[in-house]
Write a protein that binds this ligand. Structure first.
Ligand code: GLU
Length: 289
């Protein structure tokens, strides 16, 4: 098998110490396997996209010595591919329009499961819109044992999620008309022939949905590895929302050494070349045997 990996940042702000860890993990995994590594700009969520952030991320990755082996893919240019996948699912009857607002979903969950509330969509519109107008489009998840998705994560070990009770039918097209992240990622990974996904553990919870969607679309499931997220002093995941500082493009080595340490790797920060060769060798010992 030819290894094909990717780093898929959302351009909601500049690269910071947290997103650098995901970038580095995916890069080292690709290098350790002798595979290719490509950047995908996840700008499908247009309202959250910050102008100029994607170019800034790409420039920072270059300065940090991580070069995309193929030209970066931009989700904003892939609407036709998402529409085609959506139509295929629609033809099979697996998706349906939903007229519920967030408020209605929250209310029905509270009243139905006052004590054991889960966040699963309760399936209100499964058998029709009940006079409401269509907002989002949802993918039907199976009931019973068929809803349980299990996979082995190379970092986190065996993972299991019951889509029926923990997630419910999930949106592929959002109420604002945008394609949902889950659909875009699955279609993009499949079209790019991605064989290995290495990303932050904040996305672990999305993986079962993506695997189920891959089955519905008849595309392969990549191998997954979710690295621990970086938190700030008060335990919040580093992100633009929690005020993470942008990386200094001109001082890559200290940040890279720190990111590698977060991944359990000690690599010298004398030059990019010595750093990457030592870090790749260390990563290979753990993950590419
Ligand atoms: N765009 C997502 C993020 O920045 C990552 C998606 C993925 O790696 O699958 O959190």
């Amino acid at each position: 098998m030819t290894y094909r990996g990717r780093f898929a940042p959302s351009p909601t702000g500049p690269l910071h110490a947290g997103s650098l860890v995901s970038a580095l993990a995916s890069y080292l995994d690709a290098r350790a396997h002798g595979g290719s590594w490509t950047v995908r700009i996840e700008d499908v969520d247009a309202p959250r996209t910050v102008p100029g952030a994607a170019d800034e991320i790409l420039a920072t990755l270059e300065h940090f010595g991580m070069h995309s082996d193929e030209p970066p893919v931009w989700q904003s240019a892939r609407g036709a591919a998402y529409a085609a996948a959506f139509e295929r699912l629609r033809a099979t009857g697996l998706i349906y329009p939903c007229g519920c607002t967030r408020r209605e979903i929250a209310d029905s969950l509270l009243s139905a499961h006052a004590r054991h509330a889960t966040l699963a969509y309760p399936g209100t519109c499964r058998d029709g819109l009940h006079g409401k107008s269509a907002r989002a489009w949802r993918l039907r998840v199976p009931d019973g044992a068929a809803a349980v998705v299990t996979f082995v994560d190379r970092w986190q070990g065996i993972q299991t999620q019951d889509l029926a009770t923990e997630v419910g039918d999930f949106a592929l097209k959002r109420a604002d008309g945008l394609w949902a992240y889950q659909l875009a990622v699955v279609v993009d990974d499949a079209d790019a022939g991605i064989t290995h996904v290495a990303r932050g553990a904040d996305l672990l919870d999305s993986t079962a949905r993506q695997i189920y969607l891959q089955h519905c679309l008849g595309v392969p499931t990549p191998d997954y590895l979710h690295v621990p997220v970086v938190s700030n002093d008060i335990g919040e995941k580093l992100s633009k929302q929690t005020g993470a500082a942008a990386l200094d493009r001109n001082a890559p080595l200290d940040a890279l050494v720190e990111a590698a340490r977060h991944l359990g790797i000690e690599a010298p920060g004398e030059s990019l070349e010595t750093f990457y060769s030592a870090a790749t060798a260390e990563w290979a010992k753990r993950f590419a045997r």
